[in-house]
Design a protein around this ligand. Sequence first.
Ligand SMILES: [Zn+2]
Length: 579
Amino acid sequence: MRLLVPSLGRRKMSARVRLDVATAGLSVVWLALAAVPMRAQTCANSDLVVRNAKIVVMDDSGRIAEAIAVRATRISAVGTNQEIAACISPSTRVIDAQGRTILPGLIDVHTHGLEWAKGVVRNQIDAAYPAMKSISEVVAEVSKRAKSQKPGEWIVGAGWDDGKYSDRRYILKSDIDPVSGDHPVYLSHVSGHLAIANSAALKLAAVTRDTPNPSGGIIEHDAQGEPTGILKDNAMELVSHLLPADPPDLPARAAKYLSEQALSFGLTTIHDISLLPDDIRGYQQAANAGWLKLRVQMVPLVRNIADAQTLAASGWFTGFGNDRLKIGGAKMFADGGMAARTIAIYPPPAAGESDNFGLLIWTPEDMQKAHRILAAAGWQLITHAIGDRAMDEVLDSYAAASKALNLTDPRFRIDHGGISTPAIQKRLKEQHVIVDGNPPFVYWIGGWFRKYGPERVRWSYPGKSYITNGVIAAAGSDVPVTPLTPWWGVWAAVVRRELTTGEILAPEERLTIREALTLYTRNGAYAGFEEKSKGSLEPGKLADFIVVDRDVLAVPSDELKDVQVLMTFVGGELCYQKR
Ligand SMILES: [Zn+2]
């Protein structure tokens, strides 16, 4: 009996099985006869049936099915073509998948999706690799816009990346000034920790050679003491606050664009991390307008104890909302980033930085206070930690909150978990803390891992050891840090090739294709408290599934990044179809 049925049907079936045992010898025949009326009862009048498929169910058994039936928004049955034939009535829409592979809709638990989409909707320059590969390409685009835009209008862009550009250096105002005329120009770096402003922008901001560094920021100067245009961390604000304000409907339009793009890649759920109030408003407006087909968990940013108190006092907490749009966890930062050399590590330091052990953003006391305030109010905790020292601080704080509040299943999460040593993994398992890992980082920014030494490369963004050590890991693109498509991540988790050298980083951490898919399905569902409704194609769950153009379980590993999604169903509705 390969047909999966909802719980009512399953209870009936087991009663019949017990009956058959008493009439030994006839049971096989009896079950075969009994199966037809049972199916008719549980999946009759399904609205949609997709058959002739290779359905990767992603349940515990690892089975493959041929057909899936949907009633309203949920899966009513999964089984063989023959079994699911009983679910078809004259009003059922039947789709022949022609042997294509079907997977559960994919889940990305760490995106800055709306932030990325706002940049596209604003039509700002997309300088991210591989859209652009050198400073001269950026300069050419600025020049083009300077000629076509109104005099004095801002030229804005994001995503430039000295780590991948052929020049291997920062863009400077001296690169931009010759082509930008009277247009102020502001281009932020892919890391989000620095930006380049041209002379016109610095002039508007009244930044001169005498302007002191703001607290927590650096204005870079050349050998003659002139600002180079590079502004780091809090110094970015000197110029960025002058950028033109977005029209009020921009976040909602960005949410629509994000939804369309995500569905085209096979994502049916994302968690959008570090949201501000305008973004949350935009998501609600998009949902009200019917533009949001993608399911979204909104994760607000907590920068200090006052923010934690505000969220706790709001009365909202994790899980509020509906299947389309809901409140997710609360996000904090424990340390910085690898590109900025601010991750908090234990000795030894990174090459050439003898006294740099990174940055802990919170004191342990304040972090514990904020975590406890939020957890007591019902918030799932999601904390960014890349260095091992930062992860220990977060794990200490999570342990304190769980103990003080006597929490049984809080599913606290660590974002990134960049340097996840065996000692850290032991703690993750013992405390049942989930890692929101980033498989695509191995490819896109794996070059940064090496700066921290070979021993750390071994434990940077691991895969297999999480499984062997019993740690639950989900996956995120961190878009715009890496592209929104999850297929680069699935591929990188299996192959672990680094972009700049082609080297395989920590080959012992490579996953099988099925294991990589688990990060993006079941484990993503679990991280969002949604394992009862998502993550596998079992009856009773939401009918979120995708049809892809090749047999992902059998293709050569290198093809995984090229997988094309042909159809995306969300709650049984066909929301994307490749033309
Ligand atoms: Zn992020």
